[in-house]
Ligand binder design. Structure first.
Ligand code: 5GP
Ligand code: ZN
Length: 137
């Protein structure tokens, strides 16, 4: 299913042209318009899912397999030294386009790309509370 006013539905399905580096029946991978680094690309399903929580299991599996495949190609062809997979869900997490996508961000030594957070410290209390709360039922 596509969403009428979704830009990524249009891009993924070729209604709007994109700098495509991979395409199959279910996904398109194209270059990000505002790249964090050389080669920054987005893995986008052709079907509309707002975010990870809407994505079905098969697309989940395929998206990660695709990240591995295209990431390996980036290492080989771009000579990147590392790779970040970034996948934002919800405005609070920085999602701006509400059609599931996974960022592939090739990394180069000392490239200055900022994907970071300020590390906290897991207290014994928080550890106990959270493992009880989030642990398997
Ligand atoms: P988010 O913040 O939702 O995880 O990432 C959305 C990404 O989509 C951003 O990195 C942004 O640069 C990219 N983007 C937004 N609109 C377009 C577009 O029309 N074409 C392409 N190629 N990328 C886009
Ligand atoms: Zn969409």
């Amino acid at each position: 299913m596509r969403e009428e006013n979704c830009i990524f539905c249009k891009l993924a399905n070729g209604e709007i042209p994109s700098a495509t580096i991979y395409e199959d029946e279910d996904f398109r991978v194209f270059l990000d318009l505002n790249p964090a680094s050389r080669g920054h690309a987005l893995i986008v399903p052709k079907e509309h899912f707002a975010d990870l929580f809407e994505l079905d299991e098969e697309h989940c599996r395929k998206a990660l397999a695709l990240a591995k495949k295209i990431g390996a190609r980036m290492k080989e062809k771009l000579g990147c030294d590392g790779l970040n997979l970034v996948q934002n869900n919800g405005e609070a997490a920085g999602q701006t386009v509400f059609h599931f996508h996974m960022h592939l961000i090739p990394r180069y030594e000392a490239d200055g790309v900022g994907i970071s957070w300020k590390p906290g410290s897991l207290t014994p209390e928080a550890s106990a509370e959270l493992t009880a709360l989030l642990g398997a039922e």
